[in-house]
Design a protein around this ligand. Structure first.
Ligand code: SF4
Ligand code: SF4
Length: 147
């Protein structure tokens, strides 16, 4: 018997319900860490420094409802900007679907297990340094990898 296709294969980002849209987030936490850009090469570097509202052990924002007010440069993803935010991780479901790519096979919507993102090595470390514990000048020394 052939099952029905899942919503992310049949709907565009703009057609999804709010709940469907939210469920696309795999909880990797990689949009809640500090990143650095090299303007000349276009390279994006990840650091092990997290946003002040990010709980790295639980990998969640501790004040999601008020995030824009409390962290003005927290970027709100929308169906309209998901394609243009090229600094987002290449694994991010919003970026992938906006660019006509599939969800990776470790995505929690496919595995049914929210920890599959960590097992796949895609989630941030639970030992991030909170931003208020580090000087901006030292961010470069906290680079962990190129995105
Ligand atoms: S990078 Fe994408 S999938 Fe990962 S936490 Fe941010 S919005 Fe969710
Ligand atoms: S405010 Fe919340 S959602 Fe925004 S970057 Fe910080 S932890 Fe992430």
């Amino acid at each position: 018997m052939v099952g029905e296709k899942p919503f992310w294969e049949t709907k565009s980002l703009t057609e999804m319900t709010q709940a469907e849209w939210e469920s696309l987030c795999d909880g990797c936490g990689r949009c809640c860490i500090y990143i650095l850009h090299n303007d000349e090469t276009g390279d994006v570097f990840e650091t092990d420094v997290g946003c002040k509202l990010f709980d790295a052990k639980a990998r969640r924002c501790t004040d999601y409802e008020n995030r824009s007010k409390r962290v003005p440069d927290c970027v709100r993803l929308t169906p309209q900007n998901a394609k243009s935010l090229t600094w987002m991780p290449k694994t991010c479901a919003y970026r992938r679907l906006a660019n006509d790519q599939d969800l990776p096979d470790w995505h929690p919507l496919i595995t049914g297990d929210k920890e599959s993102v960590a097992r796949a090595g895609v989630a941030v470390s639970p030992d991030l340094i909170p931003e208020d514990e580090i000087d901006d000048d030292l961010l470069e020394s906290r680079i962990t990898k190129t995105r």
